[in-house]
Write a protein that binds this ligand. Sequence first.
Ligand SMILES: NC(=O)c1ccc[n+]([C@@H]2O[C@H](COP(=O)([O-])OP(=O)(O)OC[C@H]3O[C@@H](n4cnc5c(N)ncnc54)[C@H](OP(=O)(O)O)[C@@H]3O)[C@@H](O)[C@H]2O)c1
Length: 298
Amino acid sequence: MKNIAIITGASSGIGRSFLRLIAKERGVYNSLPFDEIWAVARRADRLLEVTSSIGDDRIIPVTADLTSPDDMDEIALRLQDEDIRIGLLINCAGMGFKGLAEDISVNDIEAELQLNCVALGKLSRICLPYMIDKQPCFSLSEGPRMINIASSAGFLPQPGFAGYAASKAYVISFSRALGVELAPYNIAVTTVCPGPVKTEFQSKATHGASSEFTGFRKLVAVDPDKLAEAAIKASRKGRRMLVYGFSQKALHVASKVLPTSVILAIESKLMPKADASQRNDKITGITPLPISSEEESV
Ligand SMILES: NC(=O)c1ccc[n+]([C@@H]2O[C@H](COP(=O)([O-])OP(=O)(O)OC[C@H]3O[C@@H](n4cnc5c(N)ncnc54)[C@H](OP(=O)(O)O)[C@@H]3O)[C@@H](O)[C@H]2O)c1
């Protein structure tokens, strides 16, 4: 039986850091803990570049769009066809679009929710039968592991990043509950909540308008390798939650003690003030949806 690790979002950023570190990871008596490491992402060229730079034959690039039901089925079938045990699942693939909801396209809203919520939930469920061991090991730190990458954005509603923050609140809630459900099988589920991380995320979140964080976020932005290292350590210890960095820990505490209405009032003060007349012009230009019912009425 093959013992495998699956890492989604492995073609860049935090997922790539995980891939590098997991390829180096050693098990008991310094053995290699995984026979194969499946590196999942859409961009085949980037996956190939990353895997060949690591140079470990155990890495299997899996080109898949996790929002596509067909690609997800293909992963499920591939698992079924082989004699496999999943020792580690890292759900890292994720995306977010910054801006007011009225400025974000319907497709982008759908893609964000499909990837961050639906795909993460589906893949976790698909992998579970291969993680639950018939002969459970002795402790959480020795059993199979799942690491789910959420975000500190999930602690609070975030005007200007509303859909993303809500999707990460799902990841936090889902993963923490799953951790409790799977504890009797000694499967450790670690929910990771970083703040800003220096990856391609910011550029994608702004459709290329800015590739770097600004202001306070720039000050507290962290290195993806360091974050991945801390997440692996936390997971090995069987920790349920890792809030990474002092600033994010402070935000976490604030989200617990302050009423949401107070936090929203502070956030609305911090939001850049849009020119009211420009916003009115823009709103009158927004196409009502759904398009299909509009066509019917013509
Ligand atoms: N960077 C931050 O500031 C930050 C902060 C908190 C949390 N996070 C979270 O950390 C995780 C990793 O993000 P990152 O910062 O490393 O960003 P990134 O560099 O943009 O990496 C995102 C990864 O997700 C993959 N991906 C995107 N859409 C996909 C799809 N439909 N199917 C399969 N794979 C897909 C991308 O690969 P392909 O494009 O090749 O598919 C890429 O490998 C995300 O869940 C993100 O929400 C990031």
